[in-house]
Design a protein around this ligand. Structure first.
Ligand code: NDP
Length: 338
């Protein structure tokens, strides 16, 4: 095999506070050759996820990504070589390939993808965030038709799907985002009943007005002050789906909280439950079948936010944490096919 240059983004330093480009550096190396049972994957698309920032700090479900490591990230790529791995060259896979053009990976660490429509779907609505929305809402939140579902980071990859699934299920849906432009997308394109801005000085009043009958299910993507406010609007026997804490990732010192726990949980008999999408791996096919049908019949719209070029990955992650993205943020690393 001819030698392949492998551009990669390394972690240069562990952030002490807000993430900046100085925490990364780009370098060119040489792509490895697959050993027995391994594949060489060419990255096509890179998923930019809030959790990327949390992995740099540690205290998550995976090992901390440290200075000197290739930055970790979920990749959708093409298998360009294999060595007895049983995965065909030319097939697409998703894998923890990192922020680089090529990755050598053991076959058991790649998941073959049966492509339906655009490749981008497989990092978004048919990927981790779509499945997170599906299982988090239906299995953890368990909404009933007619109930009010509140979701934060509602114009993001997970939140935009949560809100639409709740609408399809017959719920009243209220979104929280950080901008009026995003809220316009939610109400005019995605069928949310209302959307409010967490940056507004009148946020608590806006929340009360948008949820006149209280909140039955709060799908929490952000934690922090939005969770504090939502807790106060929960109805008796309400459910809080703890999906993520993006308001607390971009710091070495997350705030204490939430305020009101356990008092409000007791008096309102709330169920507050965390989950990881990986818990549902055995049921992905069920989730994918439903999501694919809703996309096919036009009731579920995917919002996509594609940034061009691997070198822009650090800026893409910083922008995501600042709320720049509308929909699933992806970095295009290379063409679908060479
Ligand atoms: P998004 O596409 O939603 O992007 C993140 C969004 O968070 C930003 O666009 C921004 O939008 C919002 N945000 C950032 N800072 C704040 C803040 N301080 N307060 C309120 N909102 C803020 O990302 P994902 O859909 O990929 O992830 C959403 C959440 O789901 C994350 O917490 C992530 O870790 C979690 N997650 C959990 C999984 C699991 O298995 N439990 C799996 C996948 C994701 P804006 O402020 O404009 O609303």
């Amino acid at each position: 095999m001819a030698e392949l240059t492998n551009r990669r983004i390394m972690v240069a330093a562990t952030p002490e506070g807000e993430l900046s480009e100085s925490h990364f550096r780009a370098e060119d190396g040489v792509a490895g050759e697959p050993g027995p049972g391994e594949v060489l994957v060419r990255s096509v698309l890179l998923s930019i996820d809030p959790a990327n920032r949390a992995w740099l700090q540690g205290r998550t479900y995976r090992e901390q990504v440290r200075p000197g490591d290739v930055m970790a990230g979920l990749v959708l790529g093409e298998v360009v070589a294999e060595n007895g791995a049983g995965i065909p060259v030319g097939g697409y896979v998703t894998a923890d390939g990192g922020w680089q053009q090529y990755a050598v990976l053991p076959a058991k660490r790649v998941a073959p993808v049966e492509v339906v429509g655009d490749l981008t779907h497989h990092l978004g609505v048919f990927g981790m965030t779509g499945l997170t929305a599906y299982f988090g809402l239906f299995d953890v939140g368990r909404p009933a038709a007619g109930e009010t579902v509140l979701v934060s980071a509602a114009a993001g990859a997970t939140g935009s799907v949560v809100g639409q699934l709740a609408r399809i299920h017959g719920c009243r849906v209220v979104g929280v985002t950080g901008s009026a432009a995003k809220n316009e997308v939610l109400t005019s394109r995605l069928g949310f009943d209302a959307a409010i801005d967490h940056r507004s000085p009148t946020f608590a009043d806006d929340l009360r007005e948008a949820c006149p009958n209280g909140v039955d299910v709060y799908f929490d993507n952000v934690g922090g002050p939005v969770l504090d406010a939502a807790l106060r609007r929960m109805n008796t026997h309400g459910r809080i789906v703890c999906c993520g804490v993006v308001s607390q990732y971009d710091t070495a010192a997350p705030a204490a909280g939430p305020d009101g726990v356990p008092g409000l949980v007791v008096t309102k008999r709330l169920r507050m439950e965390g989950f990881l999408v990986f818990d549902y791996a055995k049921r992905y096919a069920e989730g994918l079948a439903s999501l694919a049908e809703w996309v096919r019949n036009g009731s579920l719209i995917e919002l996509l936010d594609v940034v061009e070029g691997l070198d822009n990955a650090p800026r893409a992650l910083m922008g995501l944490l600042a709320g720049e993205n509308v929909g699933k943020r992806i970095v295009r690393v290379g063409p679908d096919r060479l």
